[in-house]
Design a protein around this ligand. Structure first.
Ligand code: NAD
Length: 326
């Protein structure tokens, strides 16, 4: 089988070498994103694998099929960069990645702790020899009620991690209405919003989750609520969030993702003029910790992402399906 791998980072190269042997496949690695300008590269390959910055739009899906591609895998868990329904309609088989949720879940708890303990302000002060304590008093996780929205693979792992801290845990997942999990209270969304000190988002980006954090949902939350988003930036209406930080409805945020992060996160843009006003403005708040979409980025996860990306394609060819078929 011949596979064309797009968006391959240097840190994935050894893993690609390993999977070539493991699955006995030919793989061409390329650091560029797949787009309409370079789509001819896929001629002669029956399968491609991508990361989150290659967009499989209707036009791209049509061209892939024209060029003989049958199978597409994204090495990411999120797949909102793929028009899955249309890709299937034109006969492409598509899979995402099933790498372990632990890295993202640990990172989520780290952002909760950093936010609760005012770590950003403390770190900045240390850089200019200001070792004062004023304004840095924190709160303890064990005294918090944490609301987990979306209890799939990552949300469930966050819940398991949180149990060790002794906090109360509320959960909401639209597909798990009558679920009972020890140590967790499944609640209606409104109940979770009204009673949580910390709210953490773990749903995919879909039509129903787009801007789920907005003026209306924020109004239901506790004053000073902490919001953690390690899922997708588009889950939050950024203008409503800014207003809520300014009027202190939101007391802190930990954001690993941001709306319109494409072209900024994962790039070195130090010398460039960046046009994302909201990102620049939110970043300056002392109670908002922002990172560059890196919750997934561990040694184990990267190696598993490459493995799942290639195994999915091989399974499609050999078995007609794969574990993470979309
Ligand atoms: P998953 O599919 O296992 O779980 C998602 C859960 O969300 C499901 O249980 C689903 O029922 C629930 N859900 C969907 N729509 C909902 C809604 N409207 N209201 C309530 N619940 C809803 O996915 P996962 O592996 O847990 O990943 C979740 C998301 O995390 C991914 O889609 C991706 O966008 C994001 N992610 C981010 C990073 C990162 O590095 N920051 C890494 C991996 C994944």
């Amino acid at each position: 089988m011949k596979i064309y791998a797009f968006e391959v980072r240097e840190d994935e190269l050894q893993d690609f070498e390993n999977v070539k042997q493991r699955y006995n496949v030919e793989i061409t690695t390329d650091s560029s994103r797949l787009d309409l300008d370079n789509i001819d590269k896929v001629k002669g390959y029956e399968a491609i694998t991508i990361l989150g910055h290659s967009y499989i739009t209707r036009e791209v899906a049509d061209k892939l099929v024209e060029n003989g591609v049958k199978y597409v895998s994204t090495r990411t868990i999120g797949y909102n960069h793929i028009d899955v329904q249309y890709a299937k309609e034109v006969g492409l088989k598509v899979s995402n990645s099933g790498y372990a949720p632990n890295g993202v879940a640990e990172y989520t708890v780290m952002l909760m702790l950093m936010t609760l303990r005012n770590y950003k302000a403390s770190l900045y002060r240390g850089n200019c020899n200001d070792y004062s304590l004023k304004g840095l008093q924190g709160r303890e996780l064990r005294n918090m009620t944490v609301g987990v929205i979306g209890t799939g693979r990552i949300g469930s792992c966050v819940i398991e991690n949180l149990k060790g801290f002794g906090c109360k845990i509320l959960a909401y997942d639209h597909a798990k209405k009558n679920t009972t999990t020890p140590g967790v209270k499944y609640a209606k969304l409104d109940e979770l919003l009204r009673n949580s000190d910390i709210i953490t988002l773990h749903t995919p980006l879909t039509d129903t989750t787009y801007h789920m954090i907005n003026k209306r949902t924020l109004a239901k939350m506790k004053d000073g609520v902490i919001i953690i988003n390690c899922a997708r930036g588009e889950l939050m209406d950024v203008d409503d969030v800014i207003e809520a930080i300014e009027n202190q409805k939101i007391g802190g945020m930990g954001l690993d993702v941001f709306e319109k992060e494409e072209g900024i996160y994962h790039e070195d843009r130090r010398s460039d003029i960046i046009s994302n006003k909201e990102m620049a403005y939110i970043r300056q708040f002392p109670n908002v910790v922002m990172t560059q979409h890196m919750a997934f980025y561990t040694d184990t996860a990267v190696s598993d992402m490459v493995d799942y990306g290639v195994k999915g394609l091989v399974d499609f060819a050999e078995k007609g399906t794969c574990d993470f078929k979309l």
